[in-house]
Design a protein. Structure first.
Lengths: 428, 268
């Protein structure tokens, strides 16, 4: 039986969408997608490009200069431990920066929270979960305080957090005492950086992560195609899954090699800091990308007036974001304390904040608000940690470390500002 | 011409204003303003700067509370004491400065603040479909993709998105504040077509403009404010362009407008 009605279903030719939004499918091939990506980058939307390039170039640079130490499993595990506190602190800053605000006190807040935990463990003899809960609660309360000053009273966040940057250092000093340090010897907390996931379990986790990622990506693509919505070409989705799988497998493989300094003992497996960071990355990515709250954070960062007129409570969003920032600072402080084995009055001071802001910005989060993702903290945090780690291996003097790290942050901020100008000019 | 379609005006107006007064402190901005806005028609609201256009639409939007007078929505007296209440009635205002977030895409902007969710997860699929449907219904063909960022849109496209956003919410009355003010010729064309389609799909439309060409092209009725008084609220077929300009600048033209004695009183 012949029919004159064209079979529209199942056709996926570009421009086949009934409503005429041909751009939704314009890049419907790998070549088209690559061209679209190049256009986006040239239009100022750099995304993860600077951070990925940074990781590759710096990795190559230090591998060439220190071939026998940099790219070893032991140093890679060390790098992961080094990067974890920076990444977690930067994740909190991504939220704050998304609103176009800044939290200069995030570093010292991590110090205060770590000090609370250390005091409870050492002096009060509290179990680890009580101490950790208290540290996190401290972070939440500090965030409420900062957020209220910024959101309710309306003081610029720069001023509020600059004042708190000084104030909280006093708190840590009072808690710990002049010149003292409080040891952190609780086995569970120390395990974050000392202990490793058993090799077999590590591989299982790695495969679960890959399978989950692939399933989510493919399912979304399938639904979008079935309902004729905007979607990416299948090839792009597959390439992305492939890259993630490759990275996860590589990291797991390297860290599953025995890296014990002396024969006789076995030291292998993924440090616990890595699953912690991955878990936070998943939660925060979900929060920013898939929930109404995340959408409203982007809206307030992009155009606070538009958000207000749309009925979004800008104040509530601001306070919540500062709470998230300080809570993650608390987690970062705990991880840093676990790594160092102690908390000192200077914990969270110095270049802690600079590293974290640098990580967020290098990762692609804009200082002007409205643009950024949780993964930026991971990529940028790795860049910053590689610099710190590599310079340590080179044995450069302290003064040079400061200059180089400051320079990298300036470079990242310049890229951000230039990309923004370019984006404004080209309308991306 | 789409204007003066000759529709009967004896149906119930979507919005009727009766004797609206509004003062800010000692300054009375609106004096007993009467106005009728009909479904399926574009009512052009014209008036010089300071004539009270913005105050009037903000009173309709619930941003200002009126001092005296009556607001009838679909024949029933209502009091609107906030933007939410206006939205609940089906009144949507498209402000001149658009209120779109550049860093979000078209769908995200159209649903901003009123996202559809499954539990706590955003229902992107249903939102994208609804946005597409609305844009298709308005025959919007100028957008390349509903997932493109608003930052990459032209002025006319932004206006289109802002208007489509207003329509998405089963609105009955859409107020457009100078939608063609900053647009080029081709983009003005697109927006005027869209304004017309808005009325043709049954919406009551209030169209604020200073441009007489646009007004005569798209409007069915014209309401002229003169120093806070409604000089005329009549079918546009009853006036020509120079008469409307007279109404705007002098409050009176021939037989229509404020009575001469009143004009004199206003000008004192």
């Amino acid at each position: 039986m012949s029919t004159t009605i064209p079979a529209a279903t199942g056709e996926q030719e570009p421009g086949g969408a009934p409503s005429g939004f041909e751009g939704d499918r314009a890049a419907d091939s790998l070549g088209g997608a690559v061209r679209a990506y190049v256009d986006r980058v040239r239009g100022g939307d750099l995304g993860a490009l600077p951070a990925v390039l940074g990781i590759l170039v710096l990795g190559l640079f230090f591998t060439v200069l220190r071939p026998e130490t940099f790219l070893t499993p032991r140093n890679m595990a060390n790098l992961a431990d080094q990067a974890a506190p920076i990444i977690i602190l930067a994740m909190g800053l991504v939220f704050v920066l998304l609103l176009g605000e800044i939290d200069l006190s995030a570093g010292v807040v991590s110090g205060v929270c770590a000090a609370v935990m250390a005091k409870l463990l050492a002096d009060a003899g509290s179990p680890w979960y009580v101490a950790v809960a208290a540290a996190i609660l401290t972070g939440v309360l500090i965030g409420l305080f900062t957020g209220s000053l910024v959101g309710l009273i309306g003081i610029p966040s720069f001023v509020v957090t600059l004042a708190l940057f000084l104030g909280w250092q006093g708190f840590t000093l009072r808690l710990i005492g002049e010149g003292g340090t409080v040891p952190v010897r609780d086995p569970v907390i120390s395990a974050i950086s000392d202990k490793n996931v058993p090799v077999v379990l590590g591989w299982i986790l790695a495969l679960v992560v890959i399978a989950l990622y692939a399933a989510l990506q493919l399912n979304r693509w399938r639904v979008q195609r079935a309902k004729n919505l905007a979607s990416q070409p299948l090839a792009v989705v597959l390439v992305r899954i492939g890259v993630i799988a490759l990275v996860v497998v590589l990291v797991t493989a390297v860290l599953s090699v025995d890296r014990a300094p002396a024969p006789g003992v076995v030291l292998a497996g993924i440090p616990y800091a890595i699953p912690l960071v991955v878990l936070l990355l998943l939660i925060l990515t979900f929060l920013l990308g898939r929930t109404g709250f995340g959408r409203h954070v982007y809206a307030v960062g992009g155009n606070a007036e538009a958000a207000r007129r749309a009925g979004i409570s800008v104040t509530k969003i601001k306070v919540t974001v500062f709470v998230i920032g300080s809570t993650l600072a608390a987690v970062s402080g705990i991880v840093a304390a676990a790594r160092l084995g102690s908390v000192a009055p200077g914990s969270g001071g110095g270049n802690t904040l600079l590293y974290a802001v640098g990580a967020a910005v290098i990762g692609g989060t804009s200082l002007f608000g409205g643009r950024g993702r949780a993964r930026d903290a991971v990529l940028g945090g790795l860049v910053v940690a590689i610099i710190a780690n590599g310079l340590g291996l080179l044995g450069t003097e302290a003064y040079l470390n400061f200059i180089i790290t400051g320079g990298v942050l300036l470079l990242a901020a310049s890229v951000d500002a230039l990309a923004r100008r370019r984006a404004a000019a080209t309308g991306h | 011409m789409s204007a003066s379609t000759g529709r009967p005006e004896d149906g119930t107006p979507t919005l009727e204003l009766r004797g609206i007064d509004k003062s800010f402190g000692a300054v009375q901005v609106l004096h007993g303003v009467n106005m009728k806005v009909y479904p399926g028609q574009v009512t052009a609201l014209v008036g010089d700067n300071g004539a009270g256009k913005s105050t009037l639409i903000k009173s309709i939007a619930g941003i200002h509370t009126i001092d005296a007078g009556e607001l009838l929505f679909e024949g029933k007296p209502v009091s609107i004491s906030g933007p939410r209440e206006a939205a609940a009635l089906g009144i949507e205002i498209v402000y001149q400065d658009l209120a779109l977030a550049d860093n979000l895409d078209v769908v995200q902007n159209m649903f901003l603040g009123r996202e559809r969710k499954n539990g706590i997860v955003l229902d992107e699929i249903s939102m994208e479909q609804a946005a597409r449907d609305t844009l298709s219904k308005l025959s919007v063909r100028t957008l390349k993709s509903v997932r493109q960022l608003v930052a990459s849109l032209s002025g006319g496209q932004r206006q289109t998105v802002a208007i489509a956003k207003a329509v998405l919410w089963e609105s009955k009355l859409v107020v457009l504040d100078e939608p063609t003010a900053a647009l080029g010729v081709a983009q003005t064309r697109q927006v005027l077509d869209l304004v017309r389609r808005l009325a043709d799909t049954g919406h009551a439309v209030v169209f604020i403009s200073h441009n007489m060409v646009d007004v005569f092209e798209v409007a069915d009725r014209v309401a002229a404010l003169y120093l806070g008084r409604m000089a005329a609220d009549i079918p546009i077929s009853q006036v020509n362009r120079s008469q409307v300009i007279e109404l705007i600048t002098a409050g009176r033209s021939g037989d229509v407008g404020i009575a001469p004695a009143d004009v004199a009183a206003v000008e004192v």
